[in-house]
Design a protein around this ligand. Structure first.
Ligand code: PLP
Length: 450
C-alpha cells in the first residue's frame, strides 16, 4: 500500500465546511447544531474520521463502494489514464480507449440483447438521459404521443429534474417542484405493508391489476415506459411479491410500453450478480441503468444499457444535418471508465459476486435473529441490500412518532460502537461493501443486537 498520509486541521475544516459547503440531503437543524462528520481515510471495509476513530462501513459509502475502500490498483489505473489522456470529447465521432473497452465489457456482462451503452455522470443523469432517449425513440417511430412514464410511490431515481419527478418518496420532493404532467406513480410493491387480507399472490395480482387500470385510463398510446428498481433501495429496501417484475414486464410488453430497470443499486454484485434483472427477477428489460457499483464510487459514472431493438431506431440516420443531440461533456470520461474497467476486473478476479452469494444469505439469516427485539418490526432485503424496519408495535406495525428519530438514534448508537449504518426515517439500512466476510457479519450483528 503506497498511500501518502495527510494530517488535517480538523477545526479549520469544520469551520470551512459550516460556512461554505451546502451538503446534499441535509437536515439543517442537525447541521447547525453539530456540523459534519469528516471522513478522511478508508481501507477495505473500514473508514476513519478526522479524529482517528475507525468504523466498519455498513453502507459502502452510499451503496456504491462495492469492491471496498483503498484499492490502490484502481487509483493507479485512474492516475495512469489521467496522465496519459485525462480528457477529450466523445461527441460526434470521437472516442477514447477506456470508454470503448468498457462499453464492450458491459455488453458482454449484460443480458444478451443489451449491447449498446450511453454514458452519463451518475444515476440521476443516467435516468434523465434515458427518458430523453425513450422520448426520442418514440418520436422517431412516429409515435409522438407516447411520452408518459409510469413510476412508483417510494421509488428513488435521483434528483435531476426528471429523475426527481420519477422519484416517488414524497419527503424527497418536499417544497421542490416536479414534472407531474409526465409521470404517474403506481403503488410501491411492499410485502411487509401489503393489505392485511391479501396473500402474497393476491397482492401481486392486485399490483398488476393496478398497472392494467392505469394503462386503460391513460392509454397505451400515451405511455412510453415503466421504470422500476428491482428492489426499492432508498424507499426502504421494499421487496416485491414473487413474480411481480416478470408479470409487470409482460403487461408492459403487451402494450408496447418499454420496461426500464434502474439497477443503480442492485447492479454490480449487490445481489450476487452483475445484473439482477435477468438472473434474479427473470425480466429482460429494454433498458438497464447502472451507476454506483459500476465504478465502486472511485469516480463518477453512470450508464444506460440499451437493447438492440431500440438502438436500431436511435442509430437510424436522420438525414442531412440530423444528429442525436444529447450527451454530457463527461460522457465516457476516460478516467472514470478506466476506474470502472479495473473495478470490474477486481470483481471478476476476486469472485466478489460469489462472495455475495455465499455471505449474503448468512447476513440475511443473522440479521433476522434481531427480530426478538421489541421495536424490530421487519428485517428484509436480499444479500448485501438489507433494512430493519423499527416500529412501535410489531402486531399493528404502527410506527414510532417522527420525534422519536428512531433511525437516527439507532445509527448514532451503532456509530458509537464502531459501525456506520444509514438511517432513513424509521429504517436502518445496511448495504455494505461486497467484501464482508462471515466474521464481519458476526461483529456487525453483535453491535446491532446491543
Ligand atoms: N437510482 C437509484 C436506484 C438510486 O439508488 C440512486 C441513488 O441512490 C440514483 C438512481 C441516483 O444516483 P446518483 O445519486 O448517482 O445520481
Amino acid at each position: 500500500n503506497n498511500k501518502t498520509s495527510v494530517t488535517y486541521d480538523a477545526q479549520d475544516l469544520w469551520q470551512k465546511d459550516r460556512n461554505h459547503f451546502i451538503h446534499p440531503f441535509t437536515d439543517f437543524s442537525l447541521f447547525h447544531e453539530k456540523g459534519c462528520d469528516l471522513i478522511t481515510n478508508s481501507e477495505g471495509i473500514y473508514v476513519e474520521d478526522v479524529r482517528g476513530n475507525r468504523f466498519i462501513d455498513g453502507i459502502a459509502g452510499l451503496w456504491c463502494v462495492n469492491v471496498g475502500h483503498g484499492r490502490a490498483e484502481i487509483g493507479q489505473a485512474m492516475a495512469d489514464q489521467a496522465t496519459r489522456m485525462a480528457y477529450f470529447s466523445t461527441f460526434n465521432n470521437l472516442s477514447n480507449a477506456p470508454a470503448t473497452e468498457l462499453a464492450a465489457k458491459l455488453a458482454e456482462l449484460a443480458p444478451s440483447h443489451l449491447n449498446h451503452v450511453f454514458y452519463s455522470c451518475g444515476g440521476s443523469t443516467a435516468n434523465d438521459a434515458t427518458i430523453r432517449l425513450v422520448h426520442y425513440y418514440f418520436n422517431r417511430l412516429g409515435k409522438p404521443t407516447k411520452k408518459h412514464i409510469l413510476s412508483r410511490n417510494n421509488a428513488y431515481h435521483g434528483t435531476t429534474y426528471m429523475a426527481a419527478s420519477l422519484t416517488g418518496i414524497a419527503s424527497n420532493n418536499w417544497e421542490f417542484d416536479t414534472l407531474d404532467h409526465l409521470v404517474t406513480h403506481l403503488s410501491e410493491a411492499n410485502c411487509y405493508r401489503r393489505p392485511e387480507a391479501m396473500t402474497e399472490a393476491e397482492y401481486c395480482d392486485h399490483l398488476v391489476d393496478e398497472l392494467e387500470s392505469a394503462i386503460e385510463r391513460i392509454g397505451s398510446d400515451n405511455i412510453a415506459a415503466f421504470i422500476a428498481e428491482p428492489i426499492m433501495g432508498a424507499g426502504g429496501v421494499l421487496m416485491a411479491p414473487q413474480g411481480y417484475h416478470a408479470r409487470m414486464q409482460a403487461v408492459c410488453r403487451a402494450n408496447h410500453i418499454l420496461y426500464i430497470a434502474d439497477e443503480v443499486v442492485t447492479g454490480f454484485g449487490r445481489l450476487g450478480h452483475f445484473f439482477a434483472s435477468e438472473a434474479v427477477f427473470d425480466t429482460q428489460p429494454d433498458i438497464i441503468n447502472v451507476a454506483k457499483g459500476l465504478s465502486s464510487g472511485y469516480a463518477p459514472l453512470g450508464a444506460t444499457l440499451i437493447s438492440d431493438e431500440l438502438y436500431a431506431v436511435l442509430s437510424t440516420p436522420q438525414g442531412l444535418g440530423g444528429v442525436l443531440s444529447t450527451g454530457f461533456t463527461y460522457s465516457g470520461h476516460p478516467v472514470s471508465c478506466a476506474a470502472a474497467l479495473k473495478n470490474i476486473e477486481i470483481i471478476e478476479r476476486e469472485g466478489i459476486c460469489e462472495n455475495v452469494r455465499d455471505v449474503g444469505p448468512y447476513l440475511e439469516r443473522k440479521l433476522k435473529t434481531l427480530a426478538v427485539h421489541e421495536t424490530v418490526g421487519d428485517i428484509r432485503g436480499s444479500h448485501f441490500m438489507m433494512a430493519i424496519e423499527n416500529v412501535a408495535d410489531k402486531t399493528t406495525k404502527e410506527l414510532l412518532p417522527v420525534e422519536a428519530r428512531v433511525g437516527d438514534r439507532v445509527a448514532a448508537e451503532a456509530q458509537k460502537r464502531g459501525l456506520i449504518i444509514r438511517p432513513v426515517g424509521h429504517l436502518s439500512i445496511i448495504s455494505p461493501p461486497l467484501i464482508w466476510s462471515r466474521q464481519v457479519v458476526d461483529e456487525v450483528v453483535a453491535i446491532l443486537d446491543e
